[in-house]
Each structure stands twice: as C-alpha cells, then as structure tokens.
Design a protein around this ligand. Sequence first.
Ligand code: NAP
Length: 129
Amino acid sequence: MCLNDKLLTILVTGANSQLGNELHVIAPQFPYCQFLFVTKAELDITNFNSIIKYFKGHSVDYCINCAAYTAVDKAETDEDQAYLIHADAVAILAKICSQNNAQLIHISTDYVLTEQPHNLTKKPIPPTR
Ligand SMILES: NC(=O)c1ccc[n+]([C@@H]2O[C@H](COP(=O)([O-])OP(=O)(O)OC[C@H]3O[C@@H](n4cnc5c(N)ncnc54)[C@H](OP(=O)(O)O)[C@@H]3O)[C@@H](O)[C@H]2O)c1
C-alpha cells in the first residue's frame, strides 16, 4: 500500500498512550509507512491552531488518534474536558484531515455503550450535547 513509491505518512496523536505505544511496537512491520508519533506535549489535539500548523508542515496521509481522556470516573465530573477531547477536538481533527486529504482513524471503546447490542438508529449513548 504505497502511493507512487512515496512512503505513507501516518500521524499518531496521543503517542504516549497505551495504544500509541502498541503502534510504536508494530510500526517496523510497515516499512512503507513513515510514522510521526506526537505526544500531547508536542501536539495537543484541543489546540486547533497547532493542528492546522502541524498539517501545513507535514504531508499526512493518515492520522491515528490515540489521544483520550481515560480517567473514566473523573470524566463523570469533568464533563467539559471529556467532551472537548472525545467529541469537539475529534470533530475538528476530522475536518482538518479532510481539508488535507488525510484519513482519520479514531479508536473508540465499547465501554461507553451498554451491554445490549447498540442500534445506531437509536439515541446515542451517552447522549450528545
Ligand atoms: N488501552 C486499551 O486497552 C484500549 C482498548 C480499546 C480502546 N481503547 C481506546 O484507545 C484510545 C487510547 O486509550 P489508551 O488506553 O491507550 O489511553 P491512555 O494510555 O490513557 O493514554 C491517553 C493519552 O492521551 C493523551 N492525551 C490526553 N489529552 C490529549 C490531548 N488534548 N492532546 C493529545 N494527547 C492527549 C495523554 O497524554 P498525557 O499522557 O501527556 O496526558 C495520553 O498519552 C482511547 O480512545 C480508548 O478508548 C483503548
């Protein structure tokens, strides 16, 4: 999967995460890809100007977003920050990816859903704001 002999550039946000570290481990198995692992300190996904600037400086083909608010209990009270990272920032990231012809891959979790099969035509769980 190589575009005209050009390495595919894969940006990994939230690279210090458990998921990001796993990607780091398997990255050498994909020699046709150039991975750009960026930590929160290097690229905060809630800092939209920084994301725009980063995409201007790098030709990104795919962005794998590993940034997350994973303090599950704290997220119950720190709702604004949880929504900012998981919803608002991801929406902007998707828009910036689209504007730069990059594909966004966002890894979610089944923890936010009930144990019942979730019918996507029903109201989202948790509710959107
Ligand atoms: N771990 C699993 O087994 C698992 C399973 C299924 C799905 N997932 C999903 O995979 C994603 C990552 O989970 P994880 O367990 O790997 O997370 P994690 O180890 O708790 O790491 C979360 C990372 O996100 C970074 N981060 C937080 N806010 C950020 C921001 N504004 N900008 C950039 N980076 C930010 C944190 O940086 P700092 O460390 O600097 O704060 C941290 O490195 C989540 O969506 C999760 O639901 C994980």
